[in-house]
Design a protein around this ligand. Structure first.
Ligand SMILES: NC(=O)c1ccc[n+]([C@@H]2O[C@H](COP(=O)([O-])OP(=O)(O)OC[C@H]3O[C@@H](n4cnc5c(N)ncnc54)[C@H](O)[C@@H]3O)[C@@H](O)[C@H]2O)c1
Length: 347
């Protein structure tokens, strides 16, 4: 098998903005076809990216023997049915986050893909950001000692848009936490290597008129005991967004800004403190040991596509398997239950 040949289902949103350009950059991938619900739009995207085929329904795209894999970036309500149809057609699948409307649906898809012997990955492309890989390595190398806390935030401005699928529970499954909090928790768990033991969540709609939450946050306790904080908002202007990702440990801290984003950019400040000093009552903190870390930026979407394409080509382990998406979603579901019932939820 040479390059993996890709078809894109739901090509008009994030696919058109980010992932299709990523497919075009990926060494092990080739864009063959795009599908949109409107033929004129499908044709427009086909022309834009100079690919071979455009469809206005997934059956025709899936019938095409030339396609090895599909990227599904449709509204969440369609994920389960489309992923199962793709598995039935023997296509490998990169299914955008959140995997499905519910964890239960997601598990059905995972089981079905196993049965059909197709690979299923999910769209946590932020794991491929060079700073996030660097942070994972620094934590693994013990540079900040025992990780005791972390914080991740992803926000955007998402005003009322009547009929918008993300703003209704039955088409999205949830609001800011389901849509963006999943990336934040995934990064915390990915970088520390620990999963969540229990969660306390709060979700409410403060600013807009839609049903899903525009403001959400949760605290999680990781397997190592670290207490971490995720914040997701649909009601903070894009200009004011910081996209911060912070880790604190017994020997230092890692502070990234602007890395939780769709573009591989941002900055990383680290402070390492190997001293085993006694308690310092003065708490002057005059010495600044902060350093900036430089990395070479790439394109997270291209890396995501390349990684999954290679796993298909070589029949090797998937870097971002769908089961990780389901585990993250189970924490978010628990955060919603916690918010509703005002109690911690154990995972
Ligand atoms: N990983 C990321 O960076 C990222 C960013 C944004 C969105 N997403 C995810 O991608 C998915 C799509 O989000 P979006 O922001 O692109 O939404 P969107 O609404 O902007 O785009 C979705 C596209 O799907 C099309 N569509 C509608 N019904 C369809 C159907 N039945 N079959 C196929 N296509 C259909 C729409 O016409 C639209 O062009 C969601 O799961 C979302 O969470 C991921």
């Amino acid at each position: 098998m040479d390059k993996i040949k890709w078809g894109v289902i739901g090509a008009g949103g994030i696919a058109r903005r980010r992932t299709i350009p990523g497919i075009l950059l990926a060494k092990n991938a080739e864009l063959v076809s795009v599908m949109e619900i409107d033929m004129a739009l499908a044709n427009e995207i086909k022309e834009q990216f100079n690919c071979k085929k455009a469809f206005d329904n997934i059956d025709d795209l899936l019938k095409d023997d030339e396609i090895d894999a599909v990227y599904i970036a449709s509204p969440v309500i369609y994920h389960k049915e489309q992923a199962m149809n793709a598995a039935n057609a023997g296509k490998h699948i990169l299914l955008e986050k959140p995997i499905c409307l519910t964890v239960e649906e997601g598990k059905e898809v995972v089981d079905y893909c196993k049965q059909k012997n197709v690979k299923l990955a999910t769209g946590f492309m932020m794991r491929f950001h060079a700073y996030h890989k660097k942070m994972k390595q620094l934590v693994k190398d013990g540079k900040i000692g025992q990780v005791v806390s972390a914080r991740a935030q992803l926000t955007c401005w998402y005003p009322d848009m009547p009929g918008n699928w993300r703003q209704s529970y039955n088409t999205s499954g949830g609001g800011a936490l389901m849509d963006m909090g999943v990336h934040c928790l995934d990064l915390i768990q990915y970088i520390t290597g620990f999963k969540t033991k229990r969660v306390a969540g709060m979700a409410s709609t403060l600013t807009f008129d839609y049903e899903v939450e525009d403001s959400g946050a949760f605290l999680v306790e990781l397997e190592n005991g670290a207490i971490c904080h995720v914040e997701s908002n649909f009601n903070i202007p894009d200009d004011a967004a910081k996209g911060r990702l912070e880790f604190y440990g017994t020997k230092g801290s890692l502070l990234a800004e602007g890395t939780i984003s769709q573009i591989e950019t941002g900055s990383l400040e680290v402070t390492f403190s190997d001293d085993t000093k006694d308690y310092d009552a003065k708490q002057d903190r005059t010495e600044d040991r902060t350093r900036h870390i430089e990395v070479e930026f790439g394109n997270m979407y291209a890396k995501e596509i390349d990684s999954f394409s290679l796993s298909i080509k070589n029949n090797t382990k998937i870097e971002v398997p769908a089961i990780d998406g389901i585990q993250i979603q189970s924490v978010v579901e628990a955060a919603y239950a916690s918010s509703k019932n005002s109690e911690y939820v154990k995972l």
